[in-house]
Ligand binder design. Structure first.
Ligand SMILES: Nc1ncnc2c1ncn2[C@@H]1O[C@H](COP(=O)(O)OP(=O)(O)O)[C@@H](O)[C@H]1O
Ligand SMILES: [Mg+2]
Length: 240
């Protein structure tokens, strides 16, 4: 099954009490690709991600990762399986140094110090700014640098699938472009990425495939370029 998605979701539903935030959605994330899930505030994007990470209970549906059923696994086992969600930018530990934050990212790994040092070097190559500030407190970083640190910390766990919830949130346009360029770069190194974004234009620009979520339902799907050109997407999200 060379064409089977790395992760596939069938009929996922998530409720908050009586509120049906996600209504039986299905999607597939293909290995080596960036897949975007875009939609307005309140559409159910974060709820979808938290359910995939095991942080919210699934009312219905199945999640397969590398062919294995991970629907009912607790969050730490989903991480151990290779699915890592990037903490929201401000969730870096401000009273620890940049380097300590990165080293914490490797806590689930059982391999030796040499492998971790190698990964640290790789992350510093990706984000030279983090190396310059490795002894500084994470709390003193700019918003964009904190987002880079959050991504770097997630990469230290050597995930096979990286989940991101609105990495562009609260960042200036140039910083958003820098973050997204980095996502493209790590994707080209082979990492599969699931990008949840309200910044529809930027997300679809870098996505191989995209899904549009409206009030808990997927209303459109297609390649990133096809969705960008779609009149409904332009009217609703791109001011076109
Ligand atoms: N903890 C919660 N309790 C009740 N309703 C919630 C909770 N979190 C989110 N919701 C509701 O679920 C829907 C989807 O929210 P969310 O997944 O955060 O959307 P998005 O991330 O796309 O902005 C919204 O209607 C929101 O108000
Ligand atoms: Mg959200």
């Amino acid at each position: 099954m060379a064409d089977a998605p790395l992760l596939s979701v069938q009929g996922l539903a998530v409720h908050y009490g009586p509120i049906q935030a996600v209504k039986e959605i299905s999607l597939g994330l293909h290995a080596g690709q960036i897949t975007a899930l875009v939609g307005a505030n309140g559409a159910g994007k974060s709820t979808t991600l938290m359910a995939l990470s095991g942080l919210l209970r699934k009312a219905a549906g199945t999640v397969l990762f590398e062919g294995r059923d991970i629907t009912r696994l607790p969050p730490h086992k989903i991480v151990a399986a290779g699915v890592m969600q990037v903490a929201e930018g401000r969730a870096t530990l401000g009273t620890l140094t940049v380097r300590e934050n990165l080293e914490l990212g490797a806590y689930t790994r059982r391999d030796g110090a040499a492998a971790r040092a190698q990964d640290l070097a790789r992350i510093y190559a990706l984000f030279p700014r983090l190396q310059e500030r490795e002894r500084g407190l994470a709390g003193n970083l700019s918003g964009g640098e904190q987002q880079m640190l959050a991504i770097g910390r997630a990469l230290m766990a050597r995930p096979r699938l990286l989940l991101l919830d609105e990495p562009s949130m609260g960042l200036a346009p140039l910083v958003v472009q820098e973050i997204f360029r980095t996502l493209v770069h790590i994707n080209r190194q082979g990492l599969t990425i699931f990008l949840v974004e309200q910044n529809v234009r930027q997300a679809l620009k870098i996505a191989h495939r995209g899904y549009v979520l409206e009030t808990g339902r997927i209303v459109l799907e297609g390649s990133g370029p096809a969705l960008l050109a779609e009149p409904r997407v332009q009217a609703a999200y791109l001011g076109g």
